[in-house]
Design a protein around this ligand. Structure first.
Ligand code: BEZ
Ligand code: FE
Length: 269
């Protein structure tokens, strides 16, 4: 037997009231009600429930959770995070990728600071991204589960550098119930290209965030089906000519790079 939970009672009843209000206002018919339930059954059977919720609600939960707090802004985690990505321990760091991984080489230069601007050494950075074909390992395609996923720690100056490939924009699944629904509301399924990052360090509040690339598709207008883009998360992509860095990673110049500085707030704030 579950125990009485006041929070569940209050929040769920407000949700139910809000739904009933729409049913009345829109004169939803019994036929429409049955069709909606069939769609929900299909959503669950197709394993797209988390996708639907993350796409339509996570941005709001993320916003209310972090509104007004100091430090770098975060955004949604989305449904593609897998714990246990390979830990990189020996710089130069290269994200795990297949020998024939397609896509333009890209280097991410990161810096982790606290709210006073002091470097945070040993911050854990957990990173994932879609490939050049817009898919995430472990979900679509036959890439190893760890492909384009990595964890690493910031150095003594709070900095890190990782060589990866430039991710492509992607569509959330279009062939199942989420896709049918997007068609019915006349909405495209695209997300702009991005890196996902989860940053954490002792004594500091963890941050789940993403980086987007200025000038990329689906950033503006009715872009980003998930509504998760925030201006401070859009970075410039540089045509980097740093020979030393190129040599370190065995990539030709120029290569794409981008950089970002995060400021983490104290834990519990
Ligand atoms: C993502 O960024 O991977 C994502 C976020 C929300 C819904 C679907 C995907
Ligand atoms: Fe993503």
């Amino acid at each position: 037997m579950a125990q009485y939970n006041e929070r569940v009672d209050i929040v769920s009843n407000e949700i139910l009231d809000a739904v009933r209000e729409v049913l009345v206002r829109q004169h939803v018919t019994h036929e429409e009600y049955q069709a909606a339930l069939q769609w929900i059954d299909r959503l669950v059977k197709a394993g797209e429930t988390r996708m639907f919720f993350d796409n339509f609600f996570e941005r709001t939960v993320e916003q209310v959770t972090h509104a007004g707090l100091p430090g770098s802004v975060g955004t949604v985690q989305g449904p593609y995070y897998l714990p246990g990505a390979p830990m990189l321990t020996e710089p130069p760091y290269v994200i795990p990728m297949r020998p024939d991984e397609q896509g333009d080489p890209m280097v991410l230069y990161g810096e982790v600071l606290d709210l006073d601007g002091k470097p945070v050494p040993g911050a854990l950075v957990d990173m994932l991204q879609a490939g050049n074909d817009g898919t995430y390992s472990g979900f679509v395609g036959d890439a190893p589960r760890t492909n384009l996923r990595a964890q690493l720690h910031s150095d003594a100056d709070g900095r890190f550098q990782i060589r990866t490939i430039r991710p492509a924009p992607y569509q959330i699944p279009t062939s199942g119930p989420v896709g049918r629904y997007l068609e019915m509301i006349g909405r495209h399924a695209w997300r702009p290209a991005h890196f996902h990052l989860k940053l954490s360090a002792e004594g500091l509040a963890p941050l789940t965030t993403q980086l987007y690339f200025r000038g990329g598709d689906w950033l503006d207008g009715d872009g980003d089906v998930s509504g998760a883009v925030k201006d401070p998360l859009i970075v410039d992509v540089v045509e980097d000519k740093d020979e030393q860095v190129a040599q370190r990673y065995g990539i030709p110049v120029p290569f794409f790079s981008c950089s970002y500085t995060w400021q983490l707030r104290p834990a519990g704030s």
